[in-house]
Design a protein around this ligand. Structure first.
Ligand code: GLC
Ligand code: CA
Length: 557
């Protein structure tokens, strides 16, 4: 059996904060760092070992923080560097680590480097970005951005175009320039020296672009992606950054849109040449869509299971997986893979299903109370550049606003960005302002932290049990992964084994009863039922009909 090395980052669970919607301390309608500080005890009470902050640096917010204008400071909307240091110290005091989002594929157009770069071609910062001459009056190649139309923006003064794979306000850095790589390392050191414990590296697999920037295969968006999703120098640059990380006791998880399992294993394989500690994969987020969230398909459990199966078994003993089902880039998971009708039960099942696989679990704010998607009445209520771009594209396909809003309600990432629902009181306890910066889901009167705290059987309290269980049982962290009933369209059943201990995890993705038979060689009466989302009168029975979205975990020691 594959050898598994023990590491602190493998044992931890991490809570992700998207600060703008977390908690507002000063009544301006925008979540901020003192707001986070005020909730540290709550975060700790979940049992997590770390916090990952989505970007909290100064930013003009064309992509809500993912367009950074100063890498070594804090967004004044969120507070000051001192506010951050206060959180860092307090979190450490509570035994939690703190991770920053490192966004170095691109900066903001408001970054000093870019402003300098635009001044002249001789400016030392000019070569920090990717500039090309047009082809006549056409852009340098046919690439399209992920967010808004063409991937090139013309600068009249220089008579050159700059590349932006994302929004216009997010010019891509020229990572081939060694000075840029030195800047990246200096940013890493700045935060690591302050005491930060590692990074989530934003679209890090995009940082190296193909030689000559050839035309891409035409797609509705992101044309050209095959020329930068794993560019020629990516591994070299990751190695270079890794050397900095190696000077510290920290970890790095890389975001890798469109990164396949083979590349992921290559980046994450432990030992000399290891590039990343884990990768944020997108494969398992495609069980109800085709390539991108907006190309909606019916949910397929078989598709979900087969991707998990591959990532679990291929990575085991080589590298390490990150585990997540929600973040700021996807609609709420209960709406996608679970059931609103069985919100709490399906929420518990989904939590069990992913957190007991082999890897480091990430939990996104609001996920732990089962927050859901939000309906808006007009596209103008939205805030995100991606939404507006998709609206433009869908209108071309003949969508009315109403049709668009119906789709958006199911798939839009902004669904995950509504303010956290703390109480049933005014503005969900998120802000004392008259209005929050973005729509609060009207179901806050029912779904909120305060109510969940009072209910012993709430999803929140289930997350606490689950996180605690994982922490206390090495088999849940280090065990291997073996699936049963692979062809079932309603059950996801898997087993983990480690040093003589076994976990059997049974999950139903159906609201209808499904017959479960213990796999050959397993006697449920020999195990202990350690987690469940319904009362089970006879846990030792080897055959039973499942309840809607039932989950059960048996421990055999
Ligand atoms: C990542 C982020 C996403 C952002 C994009 C561009 O995918 O998670 O929120 O819009 O990168 O930085
Ligand atoms: Ca505020």
């Amino acid at each position: 059996m594959a050898e598994i090395t023990k590491k602190w980052y493998k044992e931890m669970s991490v809570y992700q904060i998207w600060t703008r919607s977390f908690c507002d301390s000063n009544g301006d309608g925008i979540g901020d760092l003192p707001g986070v500080y005020s909730k540290l005890d709550y975060i700790k009470s979940l049992g997590v070992d770390g916090i990952w902050f989505s970007p909290i640096y100064p930013s003009p917010n064309c992509d809500y923080g993912y367009d950074i204008s100063d890498y070594k400071n804090i967004n004044p909307e969120f507070g000051t560097l001192d506010d951050f240091k206060k959180i860092l110290d307090a979190a450490h005091g509570l035994g939690m680590r703190v991770f920053m989002d490192l966004v170095v594929n691109h900066t903001s157009t408001e970054h000093m480097w870019f402003k300098e770069a635009c001044k002249s071609k001789d400016n030392p910062y000019h070569d920090y970005y990717i500039w090309r001459k047009g082809r006549g009056n056409k852009p340098p190649n046919n690439w399209l951005s992920v967010f808004e139309g063409g991937a090139w923006e013309y600068n009249k003064n220089l008579d050159e175009y700059y590349l932006h794979v994302f929004a216009k306000g997010q010019p891509d850095l020229n990572m081939d320039n060694p000075k840029v790589r030195e800047e990246v390392k200096s940013i890493m050191r700045f935060w690591l020296d302050m005491g930060v414990d590692g990074f989530r590296e934003d679209v890090i697999t995009f940082i190296s672009k193909a030689e000559g920037l050839p035309n891409g295969f035409p797609l509705p968006l992101a044309t050209g992606i095959e020329h930068y999703k794993h560019g020629p120098h990516l591994e070299e640059y990751l190695d270079e950054f890794r050397q900095v990380l190696n000077e510290y006791d920290c970890f790095a998880v890389g975001e890798g849109p469109m990164t396949g399992l083979k590349d992921a294993v290559n980046y994450c394989t432990e030992g000399p040449g290891q590039k990343l500690d884990m990768l944020i994969s997108f494969d398992h987020m495609n069980a109800d869509c085709f390539m991108a969230d907006w190309v909606k398909l019916p949910f397929s459990l078989r598709r979900l299971k087969s991707t998990f199966d591959k990532w679990q078994t291929e990575m085991y003993g080589k590298g390490w997986n990150s585990l997540y089902i929600e973040n700021h880039d996807h609609a709420r998971i209960i709406e996608r893979y679970g059931s609103i009708k069985f919100r709490v039960q399906s929420g518990k099942m989904l939590a069990t299903m992913y957190m007991l696989q082999c890897g480091t679990p990430f939990i996104y704010q609001g996920q732990e109370i089962g927050m859901t998607n939000v309906r808006v009445d007009h596209v103008t209520e939205y805030k995100d550049v991606m939404t507006f771009n998709n609206y433009r594209l869908f209108k071309k396909l003949g969508f009315t606003e109403k049709m668009f809003l119906n789709l958006s309600f199911k798939v839009n990432r902004e669904n995950a960005r509504t303010p956290v629902q703390w109480t049933g009181g005014k503005n969900a306890g998120f802000t004392t302002a008259d209005e929050a910066w973005f729509k609060i889901n009207p179901n806050y009167t029912e779904i909120n932290v305060e109510a969940a705290e009072k209910d012993e059987n709430s999803l929140l309290n289930y997350y606490r049990k689950l996180i605690k269980f994982r922490k206390e049982h090495e088999v849940a962290v280090y065990g291997d992964f073996k699936q049963y009933y692979r062809s079932s369209g309603s059950l996801f059943v898997y087993e983990r084994n480690y040093e003589g201990k076994k976990l059997l995890v049974i999950n139903s993705f159906s609201e209808n009863p499904v017959k479960f038979d213990a796999p050959a060689g397993i006697d449920l009466s020999a195990g202990e039922l350690v987690l469940q989302n319904y009362e089970v009168l006879n846990p030792g029975k080897n055959s039973f009909m499942t309840k809607p979205y039932e989950t059960r975990v048996y421990l055999f020691s």
